[in-house]
Design a protein around this ligand. Structure first.
Ligand code: XUL
Ligand code: CO
Length: 438
């Protein structure tokens, strides 16, 4: 392995506190600081997204990348892949980021044949394992890229062509083995092309049945090879497909139950996917938490002006506070973590910008954690929320909840009670409590 330094001049990022003027230091994220019984490091289990941080030079439909990757200079793609691995571990080490996430194709290039692609990935996985040993950095989750190659243009597991489904299986099998070999704590399915653009050429029921079958088989194979991690589905409503089957958390929960996947799968909630579905990030987290299915988080935020999946680094403190309230109330993310599925703006071209962006994201969540913890401890908001439902503590309310009240009895109570007094929802008060705790 080379001794090349890919981020020269940048030292290990340390916590210096809110008053520091050093933009390459943490203001709020202090990995050893204990909040609600756990260190910040344990709360967040922050992860670097290989595809954005190491592979995305900033190209968009209107122009090429703007950043020069010093690990992407050779004509030999395997040589570049190895340099990129070194760069990734140097970056995470300097950032103090304890986990990473990758797609098969982020880590190793696709070959001319399935066998060559598998051999490429295996070679890189071997090296990644050594890097993990050396640094203590771990794999949060692995996944397969089933959306970039033209063969997947009509879907992967949901493709109308069975031959394509077999290729998706070959790729998932190898990606699962790689994830297991690297001790990955989760395996993610983001159904990038699992959906459709035109209903009249699509048998939606068949495609959903195929997706259910495919995931059952992948799950069984994973368990067979000894993978004990959590399988995660990452909902997203659209883009690249007009209609994606994993639209939002509620749709995914229904799907998981229908196909008997609910005991092995949880959800990976991405903030920008939530807002693309016209939900708030906290809403999607709450839907999962209430179902006991909150697995992991892809941390980013969207542009409020267009709602697209712009994958900005998460710097929206208010949104992060709302999210952390749900995470803390649900008891935290067990095997999951906060993966920065976020990319630099195309005109953020200084090498230090990748560090600054991750620092900003980690500081945002660290601050949000402390504020959420304060709000939960002082309980003003939570007590108000609980009291809104206090009328259900009456004998009749209890009978309603437990199922021992008949519908006609429920209806008869209306005349007995008379017209209810209006109960204020106090939204502005709650918003001002949050604002004054910032
Ligand atoms: C795409 C997206 C993916 C998944 C992994 O919007 O979020 O990067 O996180 O495939
Ligand atoms: Co994501």
């Amino acid at each position: 392995m080379s001794n090349t330094e890919y981020f020269p001049g940048i030292e290990k990022i340390i916590y210096e506190g809110a008053s520091t003027e050093n933009h390459l230091a943490f203001r709020y994220y202090d990995e050893n600081f204990v909040v609600a019984g756990k260190t910040m490091k344990e709360h967040f289990r922050f992860a670097m997204a290989y595809w954005h941080s190491m592979c995305n030079a900033g190209s968009d439909p209107f122009g090429p990348g703007t950043r020069k990757f010093t690990w992407d200079v050779s004509a030999d793609p395997m040589k570049n892949a190895k340099a990129k691995l070194d760069a990734a571990f140097e970056f995470m080490g300097k950032m103090g980021i304890p986990y990473y996430c990758f797609h098969d194709r982020d880590m190793a290039p696709e070959g001319e044949s399935i066998a060559e692609s598998e051999a490429n990935l295996k070679e890189l996985v071997e090296l990644a394992g050594e890097k993990q040993q050396e640094t203590g950095i771990q794999l949060l989750w692995g996944t397969a890229n089933l959306f970039s190659h033209p063969r997947y243009m009509n879907g992967a597991a949901t493709n109308p062509d069975f031959q394509v489904v077999t290729h998706a299986a070959a790729q998932v099998k190898t990606a699962l083995e790689a994830t297991h070999k690297l001790g990955g704590q989760n395996y993610v399915f983001w159904g990038g092309r699992e959906g459709y653009g035109f209903l009249l050429n699509t048998d939606m029921k068949k495609e959903l049945d195929h997706m259910g079958r495919f995931l059952q088989m992948a799950r069984d194979y994973g368990r067979e090879i000894g993978f004990e991690g959590t399988f995660l589905i990452e909902p997203k409503p659209m883009e690249p497909m007009l209609h994606q089957y994993d639209f939002d958390a509620a749709a995914v929960l229904g799907f998981l139950h229908k196909y008997g996947l609910e005991n092995d799968f949880k959800l990976n909630i991405e903030a920008n996917h939530a807002t693309l579905a016209n939900h708030s990030f906290a809403h999607e987290l709450r839907v999962c938490a209430d179902a006991g299915m909150l697995g992991s988080i892809d941390a980013n935020h969207g542009e409020s002006l267009n709602g697209w999946d712009t994958d900005n680094f998460p710097t929206n403190l208010y949104e992060a506070i709302e999210a952390m309230i749900v995470v803390l109330e649900s008891g935290g993310l067990e095997k999951g973590g906060f993966n920065f599925d976020a990319k630099l703006r195309r005109n953020s071209t200084d090498p230090e910008d990748l560090f600054i962006a991750h620092i900003a994201g980690m500081d945002t969540f660290a601050r949000a954690l402390m504020i959420a913890e304060k709000l939960l401890t002082e309980k003003r908001i939570m007590d108000f929320r609980e009291n809104r439902y206090s009328s259900f503590k009456s004998n009749e309310g209890q009978a309603f909840e437990s199922g021992s009240l008949c519908f006609d009895e429920l209806a008869n109570l209306a005349s007995e009670y008379g017209e209810p007094e209006l109960q204020s929802g106090k939204q502005e008060l709650i918003e001002s409590i949050i604002n004054s705790s910032i």
